[in-house]
Design a protein around this ligand. Structure first.
Ligand code: ADE
Length: 345
């Protein structure tokens, strides 16, 4: 039931025929197959590592409007790039993209997988995606969708990364590597979905071991999740939702971005101790509690208690800064709560 080497030509033909008819129409999929604009492909692949395609499209259009070419990106100040990245998370990726754009402008576009891999921030996934889509190089991508599709085809409950890469390399259609990679991604995203795969619509159903088992969604087996660290912190909103005191965060709380001044709550101390530390550091006083906001990332769950403050440094306009979603939630809290909290009694 699993694909054998003799099945490969038919399997490739069937999936590519499906992709040619059903593949998604996405804004970075323009230009000739295997020869697309490397800039658009690269930016989209970096964005899509942390974002679903639906939201990724919005961020992609926004980023391309701000920096339409690699020259524009390289020439922009880092702060402007971080601002355009706002909401996309993992800001190290935006910093790398900016730095790598400088390399590309000085040295020209990479000519192959190894050249892409040598750019700052470009790992094996991105290098395989861009070299197949923009250069037509025969490199197989290995992402979450590909892992699931291949695990099901072969009925492998616990596919290791090396196993997935080996199967992906074998299957890859060397004549149309970019289309092949995107066909697997689209199949995984639209048909071979995690919870309720639509096997009746799947062009590969006849070869699929997971389908034959009767429990396609059971493959691959759920992975043990890395522990999620709980982070508790307090923040002071001095000013209002439009103008507030901001500082550059350090450490584990969204380090590197600007945000409301905050302090992590350490060990078993309470919020009050962290708040006292924060107001002493800023030379500010606490006016009242606005509420709590939460933000969950892959390995961290942040709970931020937000207090209104007075005094301390001067508020600045928040609109010009790249803020995390957590900080936007804190500012939204001000819009909801400040009027009632500080209304004259
Ligand atoms: N996810 C990552 N890269 C993608 C692409 N090129 N098309 C669709 N989904 C993707």
């Amino acid at each position: 039931m699993t694909p054998t080497p003799a099945d490969l030509p038919a399997l490739r033909r069937v999936l590519l025929t499906w992709f040619d008819a059903r593949g998604r129409d996405l804004p970075w999929r323009v230009g000739p197959e295997g020869g697309r604009d490397p800039y658009r492909v690269w930016v989209s692949e970096v964005l899509l590592q942390q974002t679903q395609v639906a939201r990724g499209q919005v961020y992609f259009e926004r980023f391309l409007a701000a920096f339409p070419t690699v020259e524009a990106l390289a020439a922009a100040p880092l702060e402007a790039v971080l601002k355009a990245w706002e909401g996309c998370g993992y800001y190290a990726r935006a910093r790398h993209l900016h730095r790598a754009a400088g390399v590309v402008v000085r040295e020209g576009w990479p000519r192959d997988f190894a050249g892409w891999r040598a750019l700052p921030g470009v790992g094996p996934y991105t290098a395989a995606a861009v070299s197949s889509l923009a250069l037509g190089e025969a490199r197989a991508v290995n992402d979450g969708n590909v892992r699931r599709v291949l695990a099901r085809l072969w009925g492998e409950a616990r596919p290791s990364p090396a196993w997935v890469q080996a199967r992906a390399d074998e299957l890859l259609d060397p004549a149309r590597p970019g289309a092949w990679n995107e066909a697997l991604m689209d199949l995984g995203a639209t048909v071979c979905t995690p919870k309720a795969p639509r096997c009746a619509e799947c062009p590969l159903a006849g070869w699929c071991a997971a389908r034959a088992s009767g429990d396609p969604a059971g493959f691959p087996a759920p992975q043990e999740r890395a522990a999620v660290r709980e982070v508790r912190a307090v923040a002071l909103l001095i000013g209002d939702a439009e103008r507030a005191v901001l500082e550059r965060r350090g450490g584990s709380l969204l380090g590197g971005l600007m945000g409301l001044p905050s302090e992590e709550v350490r060990g078993d101390e309470g919020d009050a101790a962290a708040l006292a530390r924060l107001s002493a550091r800023l030379g500010a006083t606490v006016r009242g509690e606005l509420g709590e906001v939460r933000h969950t990332m892959t390995h961290r769950r942040i709970r931020l208690a937000v207090y209104a403050g007075a005094g301390g440094p001067a508020p600045v306009p928040v609109a010009g800064e790249a803020l995390s979603r957590l900080d936007h939630k804190a500012l939204a809290l001000w819009r909801q709560r400040a009027a009632s909290l500080f209304a004259p009694k």
